[in-house]
Design a protein around this ligand. Structure first.
Ligand SMILES: NC(=O)c1ccc[n+]([C@@H]2O[C@H](COP(=O)([O-])OP(=O)(O)OC[C@H]3O[C@@H](n4cnc5c(N)ncnc54)[C@H](OP(=O)(O)O)[C@@H]3O)[C@@H](O)[C@H]2O)c1
Length: 368
């Protein structure tokens, strides 16, 4: 099918997707009948450009970004529309939402997603804010508007987490979840094992670009708390609120704590968990002293890991990159391909030479 895409936010992740879309255009067409054109891009700092008749040249958009020019420098197209105007006026059929994560009120991503669904667009996003804060509302809106909302990249970036459970493990009931969902803190804890203090390890993480100048989202565990909220609500049917997640970061963890744990054959890891207690789904993120027999204790550096316990498969573990523009860009592509399968697969007539799993959340074949 032909996707007419609007990109909101043209930072690392959207540019990661853009590179993959350019590199893989022929492969996507050949193997998946996946065609695309970019009909609009809007970004707070870089400006906006829309061309609903002929589409935009992605390579040109990427060069403008790398030359630090604005989208206003794109030759042709309609300039200066806001994000909302771009959604409404571009005649797009899908929104790629990759603006910055805001865990206080989810904005501006929340309004972007609501508007797009109301306007009849499917939505793929890597933005944790709207999904952590308003998953049930957005899922209900998508259902009501008969549109798809996918957000693979919100957890574990391009390493499958949501689709691992909902598609690869379709039919299995997730009974509990454990994971290392934040690479920055995992890196810092590893550096502390190598003898650095918390401050030295944080500084190194900042120099390497793993940690923000304002690091509280990571070290105070807001980021993994948002991710475990998403997993608890999406995979376990929870009604978990981010503000109520038991959350303890690693800023209180000292080099002495890390050394002492090593002396007893243990490792301190920031572990996110979702579990059922008194018929309620609960979530927490807390540093734990893990025994060496625990697979999570061996996940090092900026890697992320997720262990899903289900009724039919005791523990399924996936380990992989949990951040990076290219990785999260790939997550967006995997969501677009899933959307393509869901919208084009007709029973018994799948054209792809590859296996196409069924869409695990609904049947939408009659939209375009
Ligand atoms: N990078 C990763 O490793 C990763 C992995 C998984 C998920 N994510 C999520 O993916 C999203 C994008 O991340 P990123 O790394 O690409 O961030 P980024 O490089 O900071 O890009 C975000 C872009 O969105 C723009 N933006 C903010 N508000 C906007 C609005 N109202 N309308 C249009 N554009 C707006 C930002 O402009 P400004 O320059 O003005 O801020 C920026 O250009 C975030 O929500 C992030 O949490 C990132």
């Amino acid at each position: 099918m032909n996707f007419r895409l609007v990109l909101l936010g043209f930072g690392n992740v959207a540019q990661g997707l853009a590179k993959i879309l350019i590199e893989k255009r022929a492969q996507l067409r050949r193997d998946f009948d996946f065609e695309y054109e970019i009909v609009g891009v809007a970004d707070i700092v870089k400006g906006s450009v829309m061309n609903k008749a002929g589409g935009l040249d992605l390579a040109r958009l990427l060069s403008l970004a790398s030359e630090k020019k604005t989208l206003g420098d794109y030759p042709g197209g309609t300039k200066g529309l806001s994000s909302i105007e771009t959604i409404i006026e571009s005649d797009a059929n899908a929104l790629v939402e990759a603006t910055w994560t805001n865990l206080k009120d989810g904005e501006p991503g929340l309004t972007h997603i609501r508007t797009a669904l109301n306007e009849g667009l499917h939505v793929v996003t890597t933005n944790k804010g709207p999904i952590a804060l308003a998953y049930h509302e957005l899922a209900a809106l998508a259902h009501q508007r008969r549109r798809h909302l996918r957000f693979e990249g919100t957890v574990l970036s391009g390493t499958p987490a949501i689709s691992l459970a909902t598609e690869a493990l379709a039919g299995a009931k997730v009974s509990s979840i454990r994971g290392i969902l934040n690479g920055t803190t995992n890196y810092i804890l590893g550096e502390m094992e190598d003898g650095r203090t918390f401050d030295e390890a944080l500084k190194r993480a900042q120099e390497l670009g793993y940690a923000e100048a304002e690091p509280s989202g990571d070290v105070e565990a807001w980021d993994p708390a948002a991710k475990i909220t998403i997993l608890a609500n999406v995979l376990m049917g929870g009604k978990v609120k981010l503000a109520e997640v038991r959350r303890e970061g690693i800023s209180g963890t000292t080099a002495g704590d890390v050394r002492e744990a090593r002396l007893t054959g243990r490792r301190i890891k920031l572990v996110a968990k979702a579990y059922e207690e008194n018929e309620q789904i609960k979530a927490q993120v807390v540093p734990e002293r893990l025994a060496e027999t625990d697979l999570l204790s061996h996940v090092s550096g900026v890697l992320n890991a997720l262990v899903l316990s289900t009724d039919v498969q005791p523990d399924v573990t996936i380990i992989g990159p949990g951040a990076g523009g290219d990785s999260a860009g790939y997550a967006l592509l995997s969501d677009l391909l899933a959307l393509n399968r869901a919208l084009t697969t007709v029973k018994g007539s799948a054209k792809s030479r590859y296996y196409r799993p069924a869409y695990a959340g609904g049947i939408l074949r009659d939209i375009f």
